[in-house]
Each structure stands twice: as structure tokens, then as C-alpha cells.
Write a protein that binds this ligand. Sequence first.
Ligand SMILES: Nc1nc2c(ncn2[C@@H]2O[C@H](COP(=O)(O)OP(=O)(O)OP(=O)(O)O)[C@@H](O)[C@H]2O)c(=O)[nH]1
Ligand SMILES: [Mg+2]
Length: 329
Amino acid sequence: MQDFKKLPTVLTADELVDKVFRRAARAEGRTPKEKALNKLSTISNVSRDYFKKIITSHPSYENLPEFYREMVDVVVGIRNLKKALAALKWADGMIQRVISKGVREIKGGKNPSVVVRATYGRVASIIEQIDDELRFLNDAKNRMREIPLLLDIPTVVVAGYPNVGKSSLVSIISTVKPEVASYPFTTKKINVGFSDFGGRRVQIIDTPGLLDRPLSKRNRIERRAVLALKHLADVILFVIDPTETCGYALEKQLSLLGEIRTYFKRPTIEVYSKADMHSLGDRISYSAISGEGVERVVKEIEKKLEEVYSQTSTVIAPSGQTSTQEQHS
Ligand SMILES: Nc1nc2c(ncn2[C@@H]2O[C@H](COP(=O)(O)OP(=O)(O)OP(=O)(O)O)[C@@H](O)[C@H]2O)c(=O)[nH]1
Ligand SMILES: [Mg+2]
């Protein structure tokens, strides 16, 4: 599994030029010629190592599991990432050529300090040419940190319109405590928490709110929720706010529910939030404020997950370690 939190910080062009030349300045030599050659080989090594570190910190995006690949694409764009990494490879190759030329010139008898100065200028100009790409890669690293590490265990994805109470519920029934606020699109990324339901470990995913509109019209925040539903959900928990205090009509919420059922074809649980504000009885109702009904929601999740468990079950051992048992029925 890919841990994007381990991607390294990427220096700007100015910072990288500084790093390379500072290291080169420390190069020693018994003669001016030897010292100049050592400076050039230091530039060659330091820049090559640096580019290699950044390039190899990225996985091969084609080979990532689909969820991660599509998530990286939504969060930063794989084409842009590849273009930026290719620019680093280009700069690496160019710098090596410029250094080789300098080395040849010094060995051929040209004035070492003149060659070194000219080579420094060329190297700095090559690095400056990839400043945008270096900055992009650092920004991408920061954004990719939001992509969580997921476990291959039974997973419940909590979805619904914005502001209906998804995060409030997830925060009660799992380990993750997402931000809750009284306005839509508070949750902008997917949050992963865990629960032990009847001694079994379950992954609970809080998602950004979805509006009832075609996929092509969905913004990048909504598309994170779609990816979680598409790739991760064994069970979907759809939260409906019948009080409409979320700011969206019940009819719209039910239309989204219909689409999610049709499109994702997963076992789906429908619940009403904000039971402290209504007394409807046609669906399971719960309140994140008073806690009433939450236990019924959990029971319903457990029931739906039984289907998933009948294929694979993860049991918490008495030691606290988890082990996965395959059950063939
Ligand atoms: N009265 C009442 N208010 C609730 C309940 N659950 C959530 N709220 C309130 O509804 C608002 C939205 O709650 P969130 O949990 O942030 O909703 P969300 O669905 O995660 O919202 P987004 O992340 O924006 O999609 C907050 O002001 C909560 O305090 C509930 O059961 N009863
Ligand atoms: Mg939320």
C-alpha cells in the first residue's frame, strides 16, 4: 500500500542551486585543477542524488490500486505529476552533460576557475528552468498527504448531501473525529476511522457531501466521495436530514439516494439524522446530539456487514493484534 505521507519536501530552484553550490564550495584539491574537478564532480553527485531521491519517492502511478490512482488524479492530476517528474529527469541529464563538458575542458588545459564559473552559470540556469515543476511537486506532496492509508478490511462509507450530519455520526461510531460545522462542504477530504463491531474491526469512512447532479458536473471535493463509494464501500450508510435544516430539500436527498443505489449497487442503509428535531418513523432515526437511535444504526451496520464477513472476516485476537481469516462458504 502506498503511503503518500512519506513523500519528501521538494526545494525551490533557488534553494536547490544553493544546496548544490554550497556543497561544491567545500570540495578540496591539491592543485587548482584537481580542486576544480572535485567541485564539478560534487555538483554532479549532489544534483543527481537529489533528483533521484525525488523521482524515486513517487510510485509508478499506472500500477497503483485504482482507488489511489484515481485519488491522486483528483487531488493533483497524474499528467501534471508525470510532466513535472520528467522535467526533473531532463534537468538531471542536462546537468550531467554540462559537467562532462566542463571536465573535458579542464582536462584539455582550459583555465579551471574560468570553466568552473561558466559551468556554475549553466547549472544554475538549468535548475531555474524547472522552478515551476519543483514548486508543483512540493505543493503536490502537501496535497497528497490527505490521501489516507486504507486497510483491506470491511468498510462502511458514510455518504449523503452536505451538512446532513455525516461527520457527527462518524465521530460517534468510530475513532476518527472529523470537523463538524453548521455549513455545507465542511468535510473536504475523506476521513478514515475504525470501529469494533462485535469484536470485529471495521473501517468507517466519512466523505464530503454530494449534490444530486451528474458525475461530469461534480467538483473535486465531491469526486473524493464518489471514489470512496466506488472503490471502498462494502456497505453504504446514507444519511438523510428530513428536517432540511441542512439547507437541501428531502426530495433532492432521496433522488441522490436513488442514484447511489442504482450506480454503486452495494448494500445500502438509509437513516434519518437529527431525530431530536423530528419524529418520523419510516426509517431508522438517530440523533448525534442526544445519542438516541445511534445503537440501532450500529446494529443495522452489523447486520449488513454479515454478508461481507461471510467472505472474509477480521478478528481482533485477545492480544489486540488483528488477523484475517478467509472463510470459504
Ligand atoms: N439537531 C441536530 N443537529 C445535528 C445532528 N447531527 C449533526 N447536526 C448538526 O448539523 C450540522 C452539520 O453536521 P456535520 O456532521 O458537519 O454534517 P456533514 O454531513 O458532515 O456536513 P459536510 O461535511 O459539510 O457535508 C452541524 O451544525 C451539526 O451540529 C443531529 O443529530 N441533530
Ligand atoms: Mg462532514
